[in-house]
Design a binder for this molecule. Sequence first.
Ligand code: GLU
Length: 319
Amino acid sequence: MTYVGRFAPSPTGPLHAGSLVAALASWLDARAHGGRWLVRIEDVDRPRCVPSADRYILTQLAACGLIPDQAPVWQSQRGAHYQAALDDLTRRGLAYPCVCSRQDIAVVQARLGIARQRGRELPYPGTCRPERGGPSGQPPYPAKPAMRLHTGRAFSVASGAGLIFEAGQTSPGWRIDWQDRRLGAQWQNVTQAVGDFVLRRADGLWAYQLAVVVDDAAQDITHIVRGEDLTDNTPRQILLQHALGLSTPAYLHTPLVLGTNGEKLSKQNGAPPLKLPDARAALAALNGAARALGLPPANAANVTEALAMWTQAWAEQCP
Ligand code: GLU
């Protein structure tokens, strides 16, 4: 089997115990399948990136024996590819400009009685859709526009792909059925749950959803292994892959590491950076990540031995 996996950190800070879990799992899965493992630095959200965090992350990975099989790619250098994908979608009527501010969107959502849930974006109400006479005619626009995917437009997909355009609904849209290798069968109606999502922000920055889909395809990624917090992005990404005529990789979302407060460990809630001054510290950090993945502790002399042991265990656990 051809297998290409990847770890795609955002350099908003150093790796912490939670992000090491995704790094280790993606590496083990690639090795267990005799595949290649790549690293992509997802630095599209420039204001959130921390200077030198990218280099520091690569050093942390190397200290843990997780060395990519190819030179890493930086998303900040790939804008032309994202633009080409966006142009393609726009030309086909699948992307449109939107000048709604957060406030505009909140007002319409409140009018429609859509209540905000903790940690969840509300579905975009479609105010700027071209068929509603939004600003999508000719420029100049009243404000610098974001670009959104039109999730209410049908396009052809191969039968059996797990995508259904539900035309009979009050808001016709896409239901995506997909299989997670750990979580099992999943589905989401993207149009209802998320609505027309942003591909390029009004400030000109590329959105994660577009960049990740374009790059996974450009790097021929066949298997995505990443943290469970990203699970509900997957249907959006599958929809975009189909809209752009790209293939869909296999997905596996790993368990999250929770802090003492029961919240997901993340840079935002102050997860301490992994300090890996020597081989012992790296082995201890890897043992922690392995535990989170349900792997046995490695009674190993060094990182290389431990990784070999877990690769074997992973192959049996996640064929
Ligand atoms: N860059 C994302 C993050 O650090 C991960 C994206 C992905 O694995 O698809 O959360």
